[in-house]
Design a protein around this ligand. Structure first.
Ligand code: FMN
Length: 232
């Protein structure tokens, strides 16, 4: 009997370890977020600085950003909206929010991206499949943001295969940017912003979209202030 039960238990353990979904990730990323500047200032940025920004190895989602479960109307005229799979873009977004006295809103995927999903070496990984399909529109969890009352939107994302992740298309196609100045920014392992910002502008269909830029994951607030004052 033991000969049957022990191999069976071992098989069950292995199945549990190899599953892509991770219950910790799922609960961490279950809600959308708006946080105020003060809270953004208090948020640790060290986790983003630790993140590797190169393409040599698949990203490690164990450093997934901490989520803040707080929604508030603040009366500010600027908002920083971002998607970040491994925390680099989130760190930059928080610093932009600090220097512009902006609100901050994180785009959270309905189905979080696990390490296997982010493996660009795997032609069957979720991100490879999504990025190979221009019509892919991954769902967003609890998309609660409205641009009422804002005049400027910074919109940030990582570069995936030279473009914005498809979830950014989901976002821009379901929000009204009319009357807003929109400033795209991205982080990457080295690729520039390319046509990702103008692609999103076309998909949005309205708003005054600036060219935007690729920003280094470790960019300081002083450097961001200089970048912002040069925008036009
Ligand atoms: C699926 C995938 C594709 C990527 N493609 C590129 C790319 O084409 N060029 C590049 O420079 N970096 C690429 N990267 C690296 C990310 O753009 C970079 O690590 C980014 O800073 C991650 O931001 P995040 O931590 O906010 O998710 C890719 C990363 C992933 C996961």
């Amino acid at each position: 009997m033991k000969r049957i039960i022990i191999p069976f238990l071992m098989m069950l353990c292995m199945m549990g370890l190899s599953a892509c979904g991770n219950s910790e990730n799922e609960s961490d990323t279950a809600s959308s977020v708006t946080i105020t500047q003060t809270e953004a200032q208090q948020t640790e940025t060290a986790e983003q600085e630790e993140n590797s920004n190169d393409m040599s190895a698949p990203a490690d989602t164990t450093a997934a950003p901490e989520k803040v479960d707080h929604v508030e109307t603040t009366g500010r005229d600027t908002i920083v909206v971002f998607f970040s799979a491994t925390g680099t873009t989130k760190g930059v977004a928080e610093r932009i929010a600090n220097v512009t006295n902006a609100d901050l809103y994180e785009i959270i995927p309905a189905e979080p991206y696990c390490d296997a999903d982010l493996d660009w070496n795997d032609k069957n990984s979720r991100t490879t499949i999504e990025m190979n399909d221009p019509d892919a529109r991954p769902a967003i969890a609890d998309d609660i943001v409205s641009f009422d009352g804002y005049s400027t939107v910074y919109i940030g994302y990582p570069i995936w295969w030279g473009d914005a992740p498809r979830i950014m298309s989901t976002f821009v196609e379901t929000h009204d940017f009319s009357g807003l100045t929109v400033i795209p920014f991205c982080t990457s392992g080295g690729s520039g912003i390319g046509r990702s910002g103008s692609n999103l502008a076309s998909q949005a269909g309205n708003g005054n979209w600036l060219d935007g830029d690729r920003l280094d994951g470790g960019i300081s607030e002083d450097e961001l202030s200089t970048w912002i004052s040069g925008l036009n």
